[in-house]
Design a protein around this ligand. Sequence first.
Ligand code: NAD
Length: 271
Amino acid sequence: MSNSPAQPSNNPHSGRTALVTGSTSGIGLAIARAFAEQGANIVLNGFGDTNEIEQNRAAIEQDFGVKALYNGANMLNPDEIEAMVKEAVETFGSVDIVVNNAGIQHVSPIDEFPVDKWDAIIAINLSSAFHTIRAALPGMKQKGWGRIINTASAHALVASPYKSAYVAAKHGIAGLTKTAALEVAEQGITVNAIAPGYVWTPLVERQIPDTMKARGLSEEEVKRDILLAAQPTKEFVTVDQVAQLALYLASDAASAITGTTMSIDGGWTAK
Ligand code: NAD
């Protein structure tokens, strides 16, 4: 046997499975690819163009030599969420890392806020995380290892007007994160949330027209005076920066970090 010190593995998650909800685009896709790069098999989830989803799935397998499964479970539907976790376990043997990332937004004053939008945002941005955690925890407990990472938002810590459902759901995610962390703290499972400021993704791009309407501003004014006004760095966070934080939270180095909501927001919530 060699006496040379053990080299850190390039594939720390080899043999593990990472399930990332809302990973057909934006932050979720970057997180899925980052875990694949570290050797995990991937469960992709989310909506979008069928061909594009298949291209993204195949690219993960080709680029990183892992297996990637796509499951189109609608995060509005607890039964579909449960079935997705089941399919992942049947296909790969376990679900070791869950990233609750699917999310939608709607921008409107409370007294005009469509009730169906409120219900959908609470279901997709908050309740779906409860359902994936509920379904994945028994397997993690059995293995004595697991990582649950919830994509929250700076809006888990502070509010903005016209985003009542989103802010409520993201504050809820912070509470769910703490509760789940306490329940499994002695079982090798950590539960944390990531709280990005503005990240340039389709979700942000799509809310610009509504914000223009709600506040009577031009596109440039919304970007400069509303979005990046909150962010002292005046730079959008990148999806890769968020993905690197997720990798860190899943690493052995982060095994003492649980129940937290970690900001990656260019200083937004320091103010
Ligand atoms: P995005 O629109 O690019 O991605 C959202 C993903 O969720 C997509 O894959 C979409 O198909 C999926 N999704 C939406 N509804 C779904 C449903 N009913 N069932 C299953 N999947 C569904 O947005 P993003 O910016 O990458 O957002 C990802 C997460 O990051 C969200 O939770 C969002 O709230 C959070 N976030 C984003 C920002 C930002 O500035 N972009 C900042 C803070 C937090």
